[in-house]
Design a protein around this ligand. Structure first.
Ligand SMILES: CC(C)(COP(=O)(O)OP(=O)(O)OC[C@H]1O[C@@H](n2cnc3c(N)ncnc32)[C@H](O)[C@@H]1OP(=O)(O)O)[C@@H](O)C(=O)NCCC(=O)NCCS
Length: 189
């Protein structure tokens, strides 16, 4: 599947993206915040493309066909937490050079639309570390609501505290209607 937004194309990862992936994923500001260690070589990045990024509904975020980040839906048992046997979790990261442009929210918004409309998914979970303000903001922009705090261990075995967030299809629909009504009211005034 290929999904398009105003600025981005979301497409499956290719083995030829390995060098690009390594460039972004060797940065210690990326993986450890998303739950994985920085990549140590292009070969490691290639292996991740073949084994992890090849899973269903995992997309390269591309700008002019350059893979600059990743957004995907994780399905149990590949989720970071157990949300139930039908649990679906949103995951994402983007290269540091591209932070602060709202690109991940733009990509995730389209993936969520596809998940709710085409995959008939009814709710999507997400979690981020308490101190990951950037990720929390992305989830808020997407309409996710705080759900509870959860303990987890990172890839090195260290205990961490995460914020669990939830987006329900019905909430999103009612928010969309509320916003539409607000816009109509503002136009009339
Ligand atoms: C979290 C992440 C995906 C956000 O992506 P993004 O496209 O930069 O998100 P946005 O542009 O919407 O910015 C989100 C917030 O980050 C902060 N921010 C923006 N640019 C920043 C920068 N250069 N440095 C630090 N923080 C920044 C702002 O507070 C912003 O909120 P605002 O729009 O209300 O001002 C990205 O920072 C990232 O990949 N981080 C590492 C991996 C990670 O944490 N993944 C999520 C795991 S739960």
């Amino acid at each position: 599947m290929i999904l398009k937004t105003e600025r981005l194309v979301l497409r499956p990862w290719n083995e030829s993206d390995a060098e690009c992936l390594y460039h972004f994923a060797k940065n210690p500001n990326i993986g450890p915040n998303a739950g994985w260690p920085p990549h140590k070589s292009v070969d490691e990045s290639l292996e991740i493309i073949k084994t992890v990024f090849s899973k269903k509904e995992t997309y390269a975020i591309t700008l002019e066909d350059k893979a600059i980040g990743c957004v995907g839906l994780l399905f149990y048992p590949n989720t970071n937490h157990y949300w139930g046997d039908d649990g679906v979790e949103l995951g994402y990261w983007i290269g540091e050079e591209y932070w602060g442009q709202g690109l991940v929210a733009e990509a995730a918004k389209e993936l969520i639309r596809y998940a709710f409309e085409d995959l008939k998914i009814k709710k999507i979970h997400a979690s981020c570390r308490h101190e990951n303000h950037q990720s929390k903001r992305v989830l808020e922009k997407l309409g996710f609501k705080y759900y509870c705090d959860m303990k987890n261990t990172d890839y090195s075995g260290k205990e961490i505290l995460e914020r669990a967030m939830l987006l329900k299809k019905n909430d999103k629909e009612s928010n969309n209607i509320k916003n539409m009504l607000k816009r109509q009211k503002n136009k009339k005034m």
